[in-house]
Each structure stands twice: as C-alpha cells, then as structure tokens.
Design a protein around this ligand. Structure first.
Ligand SMILES: [Zn+2]
Length: 398
C-alpha cells in the first residue's frame, strides 16, 4: 500500500522536515516503545536525522524516553514512547438529539467527557453549543487547554455536496461548510475539522473497540439515518469525493420506491433507519427520549417494533452481502446512537446471513461495536489529531 508505506518512510530532503517529524511520530505511535536505531531502520532516515527529530519532539514534550527491557547482560537501551500529556484534541459528535464531547490525550485516552442536549437542530444552536462547551473546558482545565491542538466535529454527512436537499432530516451539512468551520475556528482559537459521523465511528472502533483487531472493516452507523465508515488496510477510505460509505442511499427498490431526501426513490435509508421506523410507526423523531423509548419497547418485546425489525431484517441481510461482495471486509461492525438492544434484535432476526464467499468468515460476519456511546466523538478527536500529526501526501507536496 502506497499510503501505508508513506506513513512510515521518511526522506532526508530538508524541505520535508515536517513530513519527517510526522513520520517519526507515526512510527512511535504505532510501534513504540521503540529505540532510535529501530526508528532509523523503519523510516530509512539517517541516525543523525532521527537524533535531531527525537530531541525536537522531546523538547516539545510530545515523546518520553523510558528504559528498555533488560535482555541478557547488556545495558538496556532507551526506548521512545508518545507522551500522553503532550497534546490534546477535542472531539464533538453532533447528533440530531444530543451532542457528545470528549477530550483525548495524545495516545487516545479519554480524559474528559460531557453530553449536552441539542434542543433544535439548527446551525446557530449547534455552533453556540460547540463554542460554549469548548470555552467551558478551556476555563475548567487551563493546563490541558494550553496543549490542545485542534477540535474535530463529527456530524451526519455528506458535506459540501450539491445534491443534498435542505429538508433532509438525516443530514446536517451546514455545519461542515468551510465557512462555518472557519467561523468556529476563529471563535475557539483552534483548527476545526469536520468528519462524517460514520467515518468517525469507524476510526473510534479502530482505536478503542472491536475494530482494533482488524485492518479492513466496515462500521455501520445507525443514527437517525444510516451510513458506513470504511477502514481499508488500516486507513480511512473516503472515495473520490468523500462520499464513500453513503450506504443509506443505495437503491434497494428500483421500481415504485419511496422518495428519498437525496432526490432519488427507493433508497435503503427510507426502509432501514430510525427515520424510516419513526415514519412507519408514527413516532416523533424530535422526541429527545426517543432512543430510551425504543430500548424500553424492545425490552418489552413490543409486537409492533419486533414486527418492524422482522420486516427490515432482509434489507440488513442484503446490505451486509453488498458490503462483503464490494469491499471484502474482515468484519462488519454495527453501532451508532440507537440502543444496543435494537442492534441485538436486528442481528438476531437477520441470521443466518447470506453465506460469505470466504467460508472462514461464516458465522462471524457481523459484530456489535464495543466502544461506548462516545465512540464517534473519540473518532472525531482522533481525526483532528491525525490532521495535526499524521504524515500525509499533501504534507509532502505542498
Ligand atoms: Zn437517498
């Protein structure tokens, strides 16, 4: 993989100093504790360059030296690890009903979290809430705030697309416009990036959940709508225009399908999503207690809801089949803001799934995510850290 290689191999050209710094951080993050000699071997950078970069990272308090393991009689060499308290990022998951916020340290530990209710889903309210929560944190934890390098927002996408209708309930694209991100950034005083909620969930699962053991997987995000985040060979896959994973808009009813907010008819999201469930069962999507009500209904085995899940189970089965045949993932992870009981029953009613071509995966094609309700916010924080620290092709070219 070009991208994987790019992330761990440096160059000795002076104009690529920032790239080299990022490459060394990436190698320490993924392979630490690691010695300078080992970093030089992995990155193909000279020992002198590594010496210089590590000294620089140490003075920025981003890495620490620890004693290596004693092997035989030799003196244990020093190993390098990331310093958890070296930098922090904030992740904010803006959902239709609530906003979950986390602050993560440099190694991804959540050191602070908060959930706020979003009473109305309009851009002014959401921006005000984001601004308030950031400024509250800065005054509450000034020491960490000084080392905060960026804020990642995750929201239902897609963003900056021309074909998404303003009345799309499952989408919140206004928050992701460059203008809005720039405005937020100047108010907060930090770089602000946007990440699709499903992609952020995939990143969060990859770092802290079931996805940690897999290099290629799909994370299905059941929020109000339905989307997927794709991790391909260890990297987030976004497609050519950042809409890869918009599985909610796969047409599953080519004739006489229900009209979708994207302009097409017969999209999967019109049948398999909380939005569809609310329409079908006459529930209020604006109800801030909707998810706990769904949980209670499932636990009571409320026939109307069980029947609804039974009806949509074939669509879920078909979706898993489409993903398996297109992407060949090691696993499909299911998560989102819906109650865990909802996902458990949906899977229970959907098995047996279509037989996979790779028979070794039979019976373990789908799993519920293990990360908690903050998984998307953690992924957003990681995405912010990624733009700040990870090596990228653009960093080399620009
Ligand atoms: Zn659609």
């Amino acid at each position: 993989m070009v991208t994987t290689k790019l992330r761990t191999s440096g160059t000795n050209l002076s104009r690529t100093k920032v790239h080299n710094l990022r490459v060394v951080i990436e190698v320490i993050r993924t392979q630490g504790p690691i010695s300078k000699t080992e970093i030089a071997n992995v990155t193909s950078l000279s020992r002198q360059t590594i010496q210089y970069i590590v000294a620089e990272l140490q003075s920025a308090e981003l890495v620490e030296l620890i004693d290596g393991e004693v092997k035989g009689r030799g003196h244990p060499g020093k190993k390098i690890v990331l310093a958890p308290t070296g930098a922090y990022t904030m992740g904010i998951h803006v959902d239709r009903l609530s906003t979950r916020v986390v602050v993560c340290d440099l190694v991804g530990n959540v050191i602070w979290n908060r959930t706020e209710r979003l009473d109305t889903l309009d851009i002014t309210t959401a921006n005000r809430l984001i601004e308030t929560v950031c400024l509250d944190y800065f005054s509450e934890r000034p020491r960490e705030a000084k080392k905060m390098v960026g804020v990642g927002i995750a929201a239902p996408g897609p963003f900056n697309q021309t074909n998404v209708r303003p009345d799309d309930l499952t989408n919140f694209q206004e928050i992701g416009t460059q203008q809005n991100l720039d405005d937020l950034s100047s108010k907060i005083g930090l770089p602000v990036i946007i990440e699709n909620d499903a992609a952020a969930g995939a990143i969060g699962e990859h770092l802290h959940g079931v996805g940690a053991d897999f290099d290629t997987f799909v994370f299905l995000q059941f929020g109000i709508g339905l989307g997927a985040g794709i991790i391909l060979n260890g990297n987030k896959f976004t497609g050519s225009s950042e809409i890869a994973g918009e599985v909610g808009h796969i047409i599953v009813e080519p004739t006489n399908g229900l009209r979708c907010s994207c302009g097409k008819s017969g999209c999967l999201e019109r049948y398999l999503s909380v939005d569809a469930l609310c329409r079908d069962m006459g529930l209020q999507i604006e109800d801030i207690d909707l998810m706990s009500k769904l949980d209670a209904m499932i636990k009571k085995k409320e026939p109307s809801l069980v029947n609804w899940l039974q009806d949509v189970a074939p669509r879920f089965r078909q979706l898993v089949n489409i993903l398996e045949m297109t992407i060949d993932p090691e696993l499909v992870i299911v998560g989102g803001t819906v109650p865990r009981s909802f996902l458990e029953l949906l899977i229970e009613l959907s098995v047996p799934l279509y037989e996979p071509l790779n028979l070794r995966r039979q019976g373990r094609q789908v799993k519920i995510g293990t990360a908690d309700e903050y998984v998307v916010a953690v992924g957003a924080a990681a995405a912010s850290a990624e733009t700040h620290f990870a090596p990228a092709l653009t960093g080399l070219i620009l």
